[in-house]
Design a protein around this ligand. Structure first.
Ligand code: NAD
Length: 366
């Protein structure tokens, strides 16, 4: 198959790195890449050419590719260039932007949305959500440390002692656990909480304290995801968070509800109670944010508290994020690419969940 790589229009990452180019060629495929596609992730055109890709302009890639792999959905103008039946692999998040999926379906494309891959053991090696969330959790702490006008570790010096920074992590999933580990490595004192009971042991195993709020609803059939909580629980949770937020120097929020708006965990009133110079990094900002005052894609200072709303932090570590994304893509392609030919069986549990459009029809939700 002819596999195309294009330059992302608003992201530093690239979906396929040169190392994967050479592997896919060995597996019987032809790779075509837009000039400059990996530049912002520090993968040069020379490295793509050496790996065996043919470099061309964007339109040429789009017109001749049989498979296109991207990080974000294609741009409006790109669709018209593609042949019908082209296989597009990307992250469409159909529950938030079904119009994007509709566009792809109208153009008769077969779309696999990597974010729809089920969170089952056999699919772990293809899980871009986890790979990217882990990087985001790490980068959130680094960003917070950069903005905090204080040290993270405890220090005893001839000039006096410095207490460790207090970090509160909300949502101890993939991003949250990596944030905890990073904040611990930097020497801060870390607390975390989550509504899923399984998170308690994971938080504690990283040496952080688990903030207990009794009475959360947990659903084992939700595929590892959290579920919406009752009003009574939310009230209890807000009171408990308020107690901890006033003491925190840094709050990293990562709480998500699959396919829904993120839960508000930090209210305006809580921010008003926080210490001057404190930092909130809200990774859930693209779905509304966990802090009431978050502005997606912006860094704002409210009441002396710096609030960073950024759900794309993985893009700020573009070299490694692209490498991991590529590895996930490769594992996904292996399901249906056999000796350079696509053999798509939509009865396969992973392909069935990930395929959101085919033959002009939207399959998401069916
Ligand atoms: P996510 O991004 O959907 O949510 C992040 C975290 O926020 C979750 O831990 C969630 O429980 C938490 N959260 C939601 N509402 C909250 C609230 N009101 N208050 C506090 N916390 C709240 O989830 P994720 O990090 O992608 O994954 C969650 C879990 O799924 C993982 O920890 C893991 O156990 C499981 N998982 C399994 C696989 C697999 O088997 N392939 C892959 C990835 C994740």
């Amino acid at each position: 198959m002819k596999i195309g790589i294009i330059k992302e229009t608003s992201d530093k990452r690239v979906a396929i790195v040169p190392d994967l180019v050479s592997r896919l060629i060995l597996e019987g495929n032809e790779l075509i890449a837009e000039k400059g596609c990996g530049a912002l992730a520090l993968y040069s055109d020379k490295s793509y050419a050496e790996a065996g890709a043919s470099l061309m302009n964007r339109d040429e890639v789009l017109k001749s590719a049989e498979i296109i792999v991207t990080i974000a959905p294609l741009e409006e103008a790109d669709y018209a260039m593609l042949k019908a039946d082209t296989i597009v692999i990307s992250s469409y998040q159909p529950y938030f932007s079904l119009d994007q999926t509709q566009k792809a379906a109208t153009h008769q494309l077969t779309v696999f949305s990597m974010d729809m891959i089920p969170r089952i053991t056999i699919a772990q090696a293809m899980d871009v959500l986890s790979s990217m969330a882990s990087i985001a959790g790490y980068k959130a702490v680094i960003l917070a440390a950069n903005h905090l006008p204080k040290y993270f570790p405890m220090l005893t010096t001839a000039a006096g002692s410095i207490p460790p920074a207090k970090v509160l992590v909300m949502g101890a999933g993939v991003a949250g656990l990596q944030a905890i580990a990073t904040a611990k490595r930097l020497g801060s004192v870390v607390q975390a909480f989550d509504t899923r009971a399984a998170a308690k042991e994971e938080v504690q195993s990283l040496g952080a304290k688990f903030v207990e709020v009794e009475g959360s609803k947990d659903d084992k059939t939700a595929g590892g995801y959290a579920v919406e909580q009752t009003e009574e629980y939310k009230q209890k949770q807000r009171e408990r968070i308020a107690e901890e937020a006033v003491k925190a120097d840094v709050i990293i929020t990562t709480a998500q509800l699959r396919g829904k708006q993120a839960p508000i965990l930090i209210t305006k009133e809580m921010v008003e109670q926080m210490k001057d110079g404190s930092v909130i990094v809200d990774i859930a900002s693209s779905t509304g944010g966990n802090c009431e005052l978050t502005e997606d894609g912006k860094t704002v200072v409210k009441n002396g508290v710096t609030i960073i709303g950024n759900s794309e932090l993985a893009a700020e570590v573009p070299t490694h994020a692209s490498q991991l994304f590529s590895k996930n893509v490769h594992n996904f392609l292996k399901i249906f690419l056999k000796e350079g030919k696509a053999e798509i069986d939509l009865e396969n549990v992973i392909l069935k969940s990930a395929c959101i459009a085919s033959k002009g029809e939207i399959l998401y939700g069916k």
